[in-house]
Every structure is written in structure tokens, then in C-alpha cells.
Design a protein around this ligand. Sequence first.
Ligand code: NAD
Ligand code: DAU
Length: 356
Amino acid sequence: MILVTGGAGFIGANFVLDWLAQSDEPVLNLDKLTYAGNLENLASLQGDARHVFVQGDIGDAALVAQLLEQHQPRAVLNFAAESHVDRSIHGPEDFIQTNVVGTMRLLQSVRAYWQGLAEAPRAAFRFLHVSTDEVYGSLAPAEAAFTEIHKLEPNSPYSASKAASDHLVRAWHHTYGLPVLTTNCSNNYGPLHFPEKLIPLLIVNALAGKPLPVYGDGLQVRDWLYVKDHCSAIRRVLEAGRVGEIYNVGGWNEKPNIEIVHTVCALLDELRPNGDGTHYKTQINYVQDRPGHDRRYAIDASKIERELGWKPAETFETGIRKTVQWYLANPDWVAHVQSGAYREWVQTQYSGHETP
Ligand code: NAD
Ligand code: DAU
């Protein structure tokens, strides 16, 4: 089996669902269930013996050691993190605790397990660390996109904590020989995205008749990748990536934020028109900028294409349409996430640590 950490969050849950849709190899899912972790994301796996969920912290060395010993995974994929830049600005502590200390403890636990494996499983074992393009810092408008050898210049507490974790992963390979792989991906969007991030926030606020907050001048640029494409890239890197290597993952799809806002508004005008004929873009509201806001990210994803043959399957046009359609079709998911009712659902469904 494989061990996935953070598999109840946005990308982790999409990864687990996609993995089990394509493979019968079981998944051990270790997630602390912070505010961002939601077992409702995995409701379709209820009763599926291939999915074993454990509520716990990647920094709990005793728990992780026991799980590794008991389940003997062939790989560990580390999605677990505090992931929201704005929250890191208000309170960096949790980011250091999980993204830095937690990753270090996870590496230590995995190293001890890996060193105790027999020769063949030891050679085949992989630790895949899921990271972000934000570790590279911010680009000027005409600068070339980030390659894997771009220097790390993180600017927010979040990106600094992720850059620290990337360094730790690198060091555990160089010092101890742990067979690691690192992926640095651009902005994801798609189903199950927690509505504190730009795209889902726009959709839920628009439908609720609330303002659509645009930071600063709205001309900050991000590269956007449909989450299922990120999942396929991770599967490919796990399968064929060269040990110790970094692979950038992106959608070749740079867009200023304000263009994203207009695209979402136009799709909602088409798919869920306001009864009074008004357009959603009238809800756009420019607000104070994020402190230290990175101006531009751009990913050069040619290495993963050249070496591993991976390319995104979705264009932004197809991916964003699917995303808006998913939110329109899942108002209960949105309501539960917003009300916190999903936590009660977790209590009702899973009174102990483990399921099924
Ligand atoms: P998310 O915030 O939606 O989910 C994070 C998950 O990790 C949650 O389920 C949470 O409960 C869990 N978690 C947090 N702390 C934990 C701990 N100490 N132990 C165990 N579980 C813990 O995040 P996401 O957007 O799904 O991001 C997943 C990973 O991908 C992160 O490492 C993030 O840095 C990286 N990433 C995200 C994006 C993006 O656009 N969202 C892009 C590139 C990389
Ligand atoms: O680049 C990858 C990163 O993408 C991941 O590592 C992070 O985990 C993920 O959260 C995301 O970070 P961003 O800060 O780019 O995502 P966010 O959705 O918070 O913001 C996207 C852009 O939109 C950013 O320029 C800030 C802006 N924004 C965001 C919000 C929430 C707004 O203008 N208004 C908003 O209300």
C-alpha cells in the first residue's frame, strides 16, 4: 500500500479518489483533520476496504512509526501542510509546526522504517514530497518562468515554511540516502477546494450575493492547474521520477487574478443567471492588498514533460467550467464546510481513529 498524508484536504482527497479509481493498491490516509481536512471529501470511499483512514499528526513520531510498521507501505506521499498564505500572515506558528517540524519528524520516522526494510523493498521505496512554486519567490513581468534550479526566495511565512521543508527533504536524501522525490506545483483549482482560496471563494460569494474581494489592483499573475492534472503528475513522478530530483508541475496557463474573476463571473452568468438580469461582475470589490503579495508566479514544466512524458490534460477553459459546474452541483458540500457541520458528520460517522 501507499501512505498518503493530508489526504482529507483539497489535493490529497482528489489524489486518493483518483488513485483508487485507477488502482486496487490500498491507501493509508493519515490526516490531522484541521479546519481544512474534511472526511466528507472521501464519503464515496465509505466501506471501501482499500482506504484506511487514521486521524493523526505527521509530527506524532510514535503514531507514524506504528502505522509504518503495521502497514508496510512501499511509498509515503506527503501532502499534509498548512496551506493558506493569508492565514500564515495572521499566525505563522502552525505553519512552522506542521510544515517544518512535522515534515522533519515524518522524515525521521520514515527513515527509521526505510532503513529496517529488506533489500528489495528498501530499493523500491520512495518518499514523495508535495510542494509549491511559491518557494521560488516572485517574478518580474518579463522574467523567465521558474525552473527546478531557480533559487529559493520565499516571501511569505507559508512559502518560507514550505521552502524549509523542501530543504529538509533534500538533506535527508543527501545525508541519509532516503529515496526522495519533490514536486513543486503552481496554483491548483477544481472540486473540493476549500472556499478560503480565490476560485472557490469567488463562486460561493457570487452565488450568495456577497462581494468578490480582489486584492490590490488584481493584476498579480498565477499559473493555474486543474487539480486532477496535479494528481496525474504526482502519480507519474512516483512511478518513474529519478530519485533525489525535483519536478516542477504547472499548467502553462498564466493569468492575472482579475481575468480569473471575470471568467468565473461570466460562467456563472451562463450557468446560473441572476433572476433580475444583473451580472455577477457587479459584485467585484477591490480591497486592501495582501502584505508582501507576490506579483507573479510562472512554472516551466518542461522537465517533467521531457523526462516523464507528463502534460496537463485540461485547458483552463475546460477545467474552470468543470469546477464551476461542480460547485453548482454540490451546494450541500459548500454549506457543510461553511457551517462546520462536517465536523459533526465526522463525529457521527467515525467515533474511533480508524475506518472502516
Ligand atoms: P489543504 O489545506 O486543503 O489540506 C491540507 C490537509 O493536511 C488537510 O486535510 C489537513 O487536515 C492536513 N494536515 C494539516 N496539518 C497536518 C498535520 N500536522 N498532520 C497531518 N495532517 C495535517 O491543502 P492543499 O491545497 O490540498 O495542499 C496540499 C499540499 O499541496 C500542501 O503541501 C501544499 O503546500 C501543496 N500545494 C498546494 C497547492 C494549491 O494550489 N492548493 C499548489 C501547490 C502545492
Ligand atoms: O502557487 C501555489 C500556491 O497557490 C499554493 O502553494 C498555496 O497552498 C495555495 O493556497 C495557492 O496560494 P495563493 O496565495 O496563490 O492562492 P489564493 O487562492 O489564496 O490566492 C490566489 C491569488 O488571488 C493571489 O494573488 C491572492 C488573490 N486573492 C486571494 C483571495 C483569497 C484575492 O485577490 N482575493 C482573495 O479574496
